[in-house]
Ligand binder design. Structure first.
Ligand code: NAI
Length: 332
């Protein structure tokens, strides 16, 4: 079974090699994203394995079909970057890893919230410079605060539970209510009520065609002054231009993001010697109350092991077995 991996980093190779017991799979690793610019180079493989920022649109899929590719295997949960209709038309199966470690993402979200609030990133640097002053490091207690969670699937649920442990009131909005969470004290409300009542809002829903820019100027207007927004889900859930205005007007008290609308041009690379041309990102990075990490919420040993294992299982299943209609790893 031959697999071409795109957008690979050294750790992808490490974990996929570890899981290739018996050498069943033959790997080709490419650092570049998959997209129209490179798809013609795909030759003689059964599977392409892609990640969050590969562009698997109708044009790319048509070429993959011509080249005999049978499976597009996403080594992530989100699949907003794949044209599922085009894949279906060309008879290419699309699979993903629906749950590899929801706790990894939930815990990173909490880490970002704590850092932004208690300014541990600034304290660390200060103390190394022998600056032991506390001025400017003032935070607030999370205990007793109201957290609004949008999307209470696997990651949102894990996040709700951690925040309940901190002694927070947890409000939630989802298209479907989770009965376990309700029993544990999470209160489902409308999105508008969540915006109006939450001190901290965290996004854990997928990006779909319906919710692009769900946080935009009109949504920020409905929120409390000084609200903190967390996004470890997908960048385009937030209108970046509007969020910059909300930060400038002090409507937003803080923003922590692990994902960014235009992240495919910068994330997962060392650009420390490069002039970054994305002025919007540069403006975001200039705020003292904005914390950005480069799509690392999933990045734990447990998660990478699970991603490699499940991706290879999906591929074997997709190539050799009948896939049941209700298998959540396979999309149509
Ligand atoms: P999931 O499928 O278990 O849960 C998603 C939840 O969102 C579901 O309960 C669904 O009903 C709800 N939902 C869908 N549309 C909604 C809307 N418009 N408003 C409110 N709720 C809505 O997915 P999971 O595993 O919890 O992942 C959530 C998202 O996290 C993924 O779609 C992905 O974009 C992101 N993610 C980010 C990672 C990172 O490293 N930063 C890693 C893994 C996932």
């Amino acid at each position: 079974m031959k697999i071409a991996f795109f957008s690979t980093q050294p750790y992808d190779r490490q974990f996929f090699e570890q899981e290739n017991t018996g050498g069943k799979f033959i790997y080709q690793f490419y650092e570049t994203h998959l997209g129209p610019h490179i798809v013609q180079a795909v030759e003689n493989v059964d599977v392409v394995c892609v990640f969050v920022n590969d562009k698997v649109n109708a044009e790319v899929i048509a070429v993959l079909a011509e080249k005999g590719v049978r499976i597009i295997a996403l080594r992530c949960a989100g699949f907003n970057n794949v044209d599922l209709a085009a894949a279906k038309t060309h008879g290419i199966a699309v699979c993903r890893v629906p749950a590899y470690s929801p706790e990894a993402v939930a815990e990173h979200t909490v880490a970002m919230l704590l850092t932004l609030n208690r300014k541990t990133h600034k304290a660390y640097n200060r103390v190394r410079e022998q600056n032991f002053s506390l001025t400017g490091l003032l935070g607030f207690n999370l205990h007793g605060r109201t957290i609004g969670v949008v999307g209470t699937g696997k990651i949102g649920k894990a996040f709700c539970r951690i925040m309940r442990g901190f002694g927070c009131h947890v409000l939630a909005f989802d298209l479907y209510e989770d009965e376990d969470l309700k029993k544990e004290g999470v209160q489902y409300v409308t999105l508008d009520e969540l915006y109006a009542r939450a001190d901290i809002i965290s996004l854990h829903c997928p990006l779909t065609t319906d919710n692009k820019h769900m946080l935009r100027e009109a949504s920020f207007q409905k929120m409390k002054d000084g609200v903190i927004v967390l996004n470890t889900s997908r960048g385009a859930l937030i209108d970046t231009v509007a969020v910059i205005e909300a930060l400038k007007s002090r409507k937003l008290g803080g923003l922590a993001i692990d994902v960014y609308e235009q992240e495919e041009k910068v994330f997962f690379r060392d650009l420390s010697d490069t002039v970054i041309e994305d002025d919007t990102l540069q403006r975001l990075m200039s705020f003292p109350n904005v914390l950005i990490t480069a799509h690392q919420a999933f990045f734990t040993d447990e998660a990478l092991t699970q991603i490699a294992r499940k991706t290879l299982t999906n591929i074997e299943k997709g190539l050799h077995q009948r896939v049941s209609d209700d298998d959540p790893a396979f999309l149509d």
